[in-house]
Ligand binder design. Sequence first.
Ligand SMILES: O=P(O)(O)OC[C@H]1O[C@H](O)[C@H](O)[C@@H](O)[C@@H]1O
Length: 524
Amino acid sequence: MRVKKLQNGSDIRGVALDGVEGEAITLDAATASAIGRAFADWLRARNPNAKDISVGVGRDPRLSGETLRDGMFAGMVEGGARVIDMGLATTPACFMACVTEGAKYDGSVMLTASHLPFNRNGMKFFTSEGGLDKPDITDICARAAAYVEAGVGSVTAPSGVVSAPFLPTYAAQLCDIIRKGVNFTDNYDKPLTGMKIVVDAGNGSGGFFADMVLEALGADTSGSQFLDPNGNFPNHSPNPEDKEAMAAGVQCVLNAKADLGIVFDTDVDRSAVIDSSGKEINRNKLIALLSEIVLKESPGATIVTDSVTSDGLHKFITAKGGKHVRFMRGYKNVINKGKELNASGVVTPLMIETSGHGAMKENYDLDDGAYLAVKIIIEAVRRRLANEPSIGQVLETLEEPLEEAEVRLKIADPDFKAYGLNVIENLLAAVNDPAHSLFGKCKPAPDNYEGLRVCVDEGDGRQGWFLLRCSLHDPVMVLNFESQTQCGVQTMAEEFGTWILDENYDKLDGSAVYALYDTKDCPM
Ligand SMILES: O=P(O)(O)OC[C@H]1O[C@H](O)[C@H](O)[C@@H](O)[C@@H]1O
């Protein structure tokens, strides 16, 4: 097993189960044991004087979860740690266990591969300072690789592991936040009485939110769906970016005639909501809604997002008096940028990716889908009682693109990063070259933090854009388009496709972009 290859940015990801052709297991109990021991060592190196190192381990419902957990426990105990089994958990709850009285573990691990298919699994690591960063994971993987090489590491769960489920404590914390947030109702204990809120947890870890939070606060959650944890994810991918998942959530809200619907990803670090009319509030719309909420609390504040957010979102935030920093893709990049701005005195209450990973300064800079849902619920109740327009109506001023598309172009070069950066550099030269006829009326967008975002004048005051960047992890280039014109994406794709053909990029597979214009069907 090549442990170092399992690093995926600030997480660990691998194939943990057989069953998918061509996907051999890369993350087994022995590897988990080595990683567990490495994490215990890493924590000990961080706290050399600590008498005792405690580590909590939680997991999502993946079928490989218990085997990997047992391996981790074995390695951690061999590494001298005291281990606590938190059982079914969410990623943000695992962090909260490091800062909550009564737990306050030195470290925690969440076994999850987010929304990826059933055969994958992975790990996210926390201390009281938040999620570990890329260099920390590199360090842990290097330590683990040495244990794997030396052939040490038991995979049998040690005896005496304490079981201490943390979700009830975490849910009680969320209930308290809602109670304090809506304390203008005369029913402090059950402030959601009279509200119907449904949850679609996609059979991930998020089902607890329906009974332990919403029902505990008096809401009617009947009609909620896929609350039971099931590692086969038999209904839809638990992923608020996924069209099928959102369509299922919309149907759930409409069938139940609910005031609000909430869709979680598997490990609940991401979410989206649906208003009572069935309007999907994910991606740019979710960011807009949360911006509206935080800009009321902190007028003039800065909001950090990833790079693929829409022009409409930028206008929305600035029209509300906020400042928008359109940073890079990658939730850790977005969160770290927000932390950096806050540290330098720039008020930045919200850092959020279009994927639904959203963190707030007031909540430990932690990307927590349940916390975002809590903020939106508080706002929905406030608006209802104040007879203000509903949360869906807030988004009426958010301009939405007429068409949008994302394609991924494979790079067949071992040095794919350098290859991709070179393509981007050449694209910039072509866009800046007035003699270049290819892109006609276009110019680089200001503030490109990654790749190249190109603004395209589509005539009659309309503006589209496309963004070419290197994937954070894969040997691919990612190309996003947004257009305000019918067939505008097709036009931009054709110009881009022609350009890469002219440039003879023999290691860049353009088929996904050609497919956007080979078909005469549009709009997207
Ligand atoms: O660069 P890409 O391949 O599109 O991947 C980007 C994505 O990678 C991971 O999934 C991270 O969790 C996301 O935060 C990030 O947006």
